[in-house]
Ligand binder design. Structure first.
Ligand SMILES: Nc1ncnc2c1ncn2[C@@H]1O[C@H](COP(=O)(O)OP(=O)(O)O)[C@@H](O)[C@H]1O
Ligand SMILES: CC(=O)N[C@@H](CCC(=O)OP(=O)(O)O)C(=O)O
Length: 267
């Protein structure tokens, strides 16, 4: 039986921070066919607000060290300000969006990250039991477009901060059992680039061997490393297609034009 198509799209902090880019992206997102889920970050806004409030923002390997004060800030920024603005804009485009944390509807239940060398504080890790795909499927089939922020819960009343790239990948893996699922990471560059300063230098396809090589040559570094790790996890777990590209170019997908960097699983 042919499965219905589902696009899970993640947008990061730099897209959210630019209202023109965000507007354009949300319009293109609305025109995609089939079921859709949006996952948003907002790390940049959270860092700015933390600093305004006199809190030091600390990230270790791309993950925010989240003490109780920082948890309050990220809950307000991700679950409130950003999430509700995105939902209101999608509603304007006729997209019946519903804004969610992982606590709403028990959609994403995580476990507080154990303290090893670093105490990340209130950070939640996703495992194979975190997401019930049938639960999310009911929302999609009722006609809603879920918009997830980077806040989850532990089922014991505690909210936790969870990286948005990881949420997008875990949702895609879970929902790939029910839908023909495409995962798209949208950010401010044209894709994974050979030269980070040259937007023309898009690497059109990456497999694990090339990824390993590009890491060693330090062509891929910083935030792109956890993004690609999440992306390869998804492609290895039944997600049909995983791409990374510029939010402004999302319309290319509908027009079947080249878009960003595609992951492949050839060994
Ligand atoms: N080869 C590369 N091509 C594109 N971006 C790269 C590359 N290597 C590192 N990066 C960095 O990765 C960043 C994207 O990761 P991140 O900031 O976590 O994204 P997001 O905006 O989705 O949160 C880019 O802004 C860029 O600075
Ligand atoms: C635990 C952890 O690191 N959470 C992330 C969640 C937001 C996010 O992922 O935002 P971007 O996609 O904009 O980077 C953070 O607070 O930065």
């Amino acid at each position: 039986m042919e499965m219905t198509s589902l696009h899970i799209i993640k947008i990061g902090g730099n897209v959210i921070d630019n209202s023109e880019n965000l507007h354009h992206f949300l319009q293109d997102f609305t025109s995609l066919d089939g079921y859709k889920i949006l996952v948003h970050g907002g790390g940049k806004v959270a860092t700015q607000l933390s600093e305004t409030l006199g809190l030091e923002a600390r990230l270790v390997e791309g993950r925010r060290v989240t003490d109780i004060e920082t948890l309050r800030v990220v809950t307000m920024v991700y679950g409130g300000l950003i999430n509700k603005n995105i939902v209101a804009q999608l509603q304007r485009f006729g997209n019946n969006a519903i804004g969610l944390t992982g606590a709403d509807g028990n959609f994403i239940r995580t476990k507080k990250r154990p303290v090893k060398t670093i105490d990340y504080g209130f950070v939640g890790d996703i495992d194979e039991k975190s997401i019930n795909p049938e639960n999310i499927s009911r929302l999609l089939e009722t006609g809603f477009t879920p918009v997830f922020c980077a806040i989850t819960h532990d089922g014991e009343g505690q909210l936790l901060n969870t990286n948005a790239d990881t949420i997008a990948s875990a949702l895609a893996v879970s929902l790939a059992k029910l839908y023909d699922t495409t995962l798209i990471y949208c950010f401010e560059k044209a894709g994974v680039l050979h030269d980070i300063n040259d937007e023309e230098s898009i690497i059109r396809e990456i497999d694990p061997a090339l990824y390993h090589e590009l890491k060693q040559q330090q062509i891929i570094h910083s935030g792109m490393l956890p993004k690609l790790d999440n992306a390869f996890t998804a492609i290895g777990c039944g997600v049909k297609s995983v791409v990374i590209g510029r939010s402004d170019d999302l319309g290319n997908i509908k027009q079947q034009k080249p878009f960003g960097t595609r992951l492949s699983n050839h060994i």
